[in-house]
Design a protein around this ligand. Structure first.
Ligand SMILES: [Zn+2]
Length: 310
């Protein structure tokens, strides 16, 4: 059993601004972590970063008498997990990047490629707020808005196309979205959209967290922007609830840091909209910004033929 105890995986969450990585043990615990700004040199630059991260975290693992058995990498966008290809990642400017093969060549480790939010949903289900829950939705609200539709304990994937709740159209003539459409949920309720909408009205370039703080302090413009964001989230979530009747909705991503300031009005207004439909429980995520990274670790463990036991 000694070899069992000494195993670990390296988990990496490649985001638009930062690459977060960790050594993850058999229990799903991140025992060493690092974060670096995402390379601006495209996919080649990120593959090189993966190599340097794998080297550094392998050292950290060896210092704890552990040996990495695999590397899990998650990326935002449309990910073909079976093929190991990033089909389209708008935030990174990538198209058809065979990341699994490139990362295996650079690191020498078996690599598993996944989607950041679907992996985050799996991590919350295995280690966090939705442990043991029935069919539910994990909605990550950060730079963008994306969902993991969790059915039978697994993210519903459909070739990487499922879960794009951020692109549900709220205002057909609204602001242009990165997807090429207009008035998507993401253009009104993502952290970036909240900051932009507040700046347009107040002239103050602040973060969504600051807009939340100003709204809580009673500033009218911030409160109006916050209220509108909650309203459009409710429209999208009500549509989802009418179609799939989930028992639970978990809100994650950076905006979930606002806690009850976001969740309480979301519950109230969702209950108003749902009428005859069953009202799901609405809770905040537990794993915070580490969800995607831990999810990458779970995928790597699974590829190594072992399930994580918290
Ligand atoms: Zn869109």
């Amino acid at each position: 059993m000694a070899s069992d105890r000494s195993g670990c995986v390296i988990a990496v969450d490649v985001g638009g601004t930062a690459v977060k990585a960790a050594v993850v043990d058999r229990h799903g615990t991140a025992i060493a972590r690092l974060s670096v700004p995402t390379s601006r040199d495209g996919a080649d630059g990120v593959v090189e970063q993966l190599g340097l991260i794998a080297d550094e975290l392998t050292h950290a693992a060896h210092a704890r008498l552990m040996t990495p058995v695999g590397l899990g990498v998650v990326v935002p966008g449309r990910i073909d997990e079976a093929a190991g290809v990033v089909a389209l990642a708008g935030n990174l400017g990538w198209r058809d990047v065979p990341l699994r093969a490139l990362a295996e060549k650079r690191t020498g480790l078996p690599v598993t490629l996944g989607h950041d939010v679907r992996a985050g949903g799996l991590a919350e289900f295995t280690l966090g707020s939705s442990r043991g829950a029935g069919d539910h939705l994990f909605l990550a609200i950060g730079t963008g808005v994306a969902g993991a539709i969790m059915l039978g304990g697994e993210p519903y994937d459909r070739g990487g196309y499922a879960g794009e709740i951020g692109h549900v159209v709220i205002e057909p003539d609204g602001v242009e979205c990165g997807c090429g459409g207009r008035g998507c949920l993401e253009t009104m309720a993502s952290a970036g959209a909240i900051a932009r909408r507040y700046a347009e009205r107040s002239g103050a370039p602040v973060t969504a967290a600051e807009v939340a703080a100003r709204a809580a302090a009673g500033e009218a413009t911030a409160a109006a922007v916050w209220h509108e964001a909650v309203d459009v989230l409710v429209i999208a979530l009500a549509g989802y609830a009418f179609a799939l009747a989930p028992e639970l909705i978990v809100i994650g991503g950076g905006l979930a840091g606002a806690g009850e300031q976001l969740l309480a009005p979301l519950r109230d207004r969702l209950a108003d909209r749902l009428g005859f439909q069953r009202m799901p429980t609405v809770v905040g995520a537990e794993l915070g910004e580490l969800a995607g990274c831990l999810g990458a670790g779970l995928l790597a463990w699974r590829a190594a033929g072992r399930e994580v036991r918290p």
